[in-house]
Design a protein around this ligand. Structure first.
Ligand SMILES: C[S@@+](CC[C@H](N)C(=O)[O-])C[C@H]1O[C@@H](n2cnc3c(N)ncnc32)[C@H](O)[C@@H]1O
Length: 123
């Protein structure tokens, strides 16, 4: 478990506290529509912390070329249709390529670090 993170739930828990089974079953919100409205059709997207593909899959269905990065191989096993999946901590990513768009969705929700909790959007 990453320092300052915690989490409970069914099945495997990722180092930042996410229950893989839960994220595999969660429905998507407005994120794919927001991204689609903001970026060129067919853009290359680097999705950091993709999880099980909750946002990845609708982006792929909309024709984007998504590279999905997550440090949890159990999350990435559930990602379908991505141009590439990369199992790595974001802090050590060195892909050697450029992307039109970089996304980072639902990322700090399990941290208990007060600095990051302040940075979290409170919906
Ligand atoms: C709260 S989940 C959100 C998943 C997905 N973005 C979504 O919205 O459904 C956060 C994901 O980020 C991954 N993650 C957290 N910190 C990471 C890091 N430093 N490097 C790579 N992946 C990380 C976790 O393994 C987890 O799958």
């Amino acid at each position: 478990m990453r320092e300052g993170h915690r989490g409970t739930g069914p099945g495997i828990i990722t180092p930042d506290g996410c229950a893989v089974e839960l994220y595999d079953r969660l429905g998507v919100g407005p994120e794919p529509d927001i991204i689609t409205a903001a970026v060129p059709a067919g853009a290359t997207i680097l999705e950091l912390g993709s999880g099980a593909g909750r946002v990845t899959h609708p982006l792929v269905e909309r024709g984007f070329a998504v590279t999905a990065v997550d440090e949890s191989p159990e999350m990435l096993e559930r990602v379908r249709g991505a141009r590439r999946t990369v199992a790595a901590p974001i802090e050590r990513l060195a892909l050697g390529e450029e992307f039109d768009v970089v996304t980072l969705a639902s990322f700090l929700i399990h941290t208990s670090d007060p600095t990051w909790v302040r940075a979290r959007p409170m919906a």
